[in-house]
Write a protein that binds this ligand. Structure first.
Ligand SMILES: [Zn+2]
Length: 379
């Protein structure tokens, strides 16, 4: 008998565990402090990354300038060698002419004696022989000089080839460096583009943390439940602004009627969070209207308040994102069971759409639906 009782109690405990509502994570001050810290770190590390990337870019640009200088040097050297080759060729031609002239004189002097005096102005045979040997020495000398010049030209041409090759390599290196610089520049601009968003989040959480500390919240207090009860920093606001009209009001008796307020407005107009809160769901799988919807959880006056935005054309937030009252979360649409552009705003207290009512959530949820005008400004 006692054994059976124990078994029943155990079963009840197990059942109790299975069907116990799954509470989504509470928003505590500590959580906001951690988020604040997270964005502070993110801002610091992004700024550091940008700083490092800028230094890298500077190094790359210095290298580019260095290759530029080296290319210029190679080009100057090629021109200088060209000039030298030209000069040496001219020198060779001159030496050739000189030797040719000397040999002509020599031949003349060997042939006809009559031209001997005319050719060399020699005063005696000894003098003549002497002068002939000079001719030989001079042509030998010229041959040697020409040979040396030709060798010099060969060396210069070789050096030119080397320099042309070096130039090609430097240009390739330069191209690589330019690409690297482009990549780093891209990295810098995408990181810089992230900064405003991080700063935004940072100041958002900074404001929250400062505010909740000021009103006496402790780190483990759940905001709006354990502290800051009924003292919403920004209050409730309308989910749409500008020109709109109420196409259907709230009339719900717990099982039939219209569960929310329909704000008729052109598709694409911004839809705003009615109060500070955390986005619990974004999508079209949960909605009984088969529409695109967003569900936000607010902690207010010691209880959880839920706002649901339906028939949206698009989203501007993602799940688990903290939002401020009046922040744009999506856009008016006519998705799902809808006959025109409008926003259907539905609100509930304690139990939200699938939030803490797993299993047969629809039936456990509908009895918690309230008139949104209990919170948002009436029209
Ligand atoms: Zn509606």
């Amino acid at each position: 008998m006692r054994k059976r009782l124990v078994v029943i109690v155990l079963i009840l405990i197990l059942l109790g565990n299975i069907f116990a509502p799954i509470e989504a994570k509470a928003t505590t001050l500590r959580e906001y402090e951690e988020l604040l810290e997270k964005y502070k770190n993110e801002l610091n590390s992004t700024n550091n990354q940008i700083y490092i990337s800028r230094q890298q870019l500077e190094e790359i640009q210095n290298k580019i300038a260095d290759t530029e200088r080296q290319i210029k040097e190679a080009e100057d050297e090629i021109v200088r060698l060209e000039e030298e080759i030209k000069k040496n060729n001219e020198e060779i031609a001159k030496k050739k002419e000189e030797s040719k002239a000397l040999i002509e004189y020599y031949q003349i002097s060997n042939g006809e004696n009559i031209y001997l005096e005319y050719a060399f102005g020699a005063e005696s045979i000894t003098d003549m022989i002497y002068r002939m040997s000079i001719v030989e020495q001079l042509t030998d000398y010229n041959d040697r000089v020409m040979k040396e010049l030709k060798e010099l030209i060969r060396q210069n041409e070789e050096r030119q080839k080397e320099l042309e090759q070096k130039k090609i390599e430097l240009k390739e290196l330069q191209e690589e460096l330019h690409q690297e610089a482009q990549k780093v520049k891209g990295d810098i601009s995408s990181m810089a583009a992230m900064i405003p968003d991080i700063k935004n989040q940072l100041s958002n959480y900074e404001n929250r943390v400062n505010y909740y500390r000021r009103v006496g919240c402790q780190p483990d207090d759940e905001i709006g439940v354990d502290c800051d009860r009924g003292n919403n920093a920004y209050g409730f606001v309308r989910p749409v602004t500008g020109n709109y009209w109420i196409s259907t009001y709230y009339y719900w008796n717990g099982y039939s009627g219209h569960k929310g307020i329909d704000y008729a407005q052109g598709c694409g107009n911004p839809v705003r969070a009615v109060a500070n809160g955390r986005v619990y769901y974004v999508g079209s799988n949960k909605d009984v209207y088969h529409a695109k919807m967003i569900l936000i959880v607010h902690n207010y006056n010691g209880r959880k308040v839920f706002s649901q935005y339906t028939h949206l054309s698009g989203y501007a937030v993602s799940e688990n994102q903290d939002v401020e009252a009046g922040q744009v979360i999506g856009y008016v649409g006519t998705t799902g069971w809808s006959t025109g552009c409008h926003l259907h705003l539905e609100m509930s207290v304690d139990v939200g759409w699938d939030y803490n009512s797993p299993g047969n959530y629809y039936s456990s949820y509908v009895s918690h639906i309230v008139n949104p005008y209990n919170y948002v400004p009436n029209d």
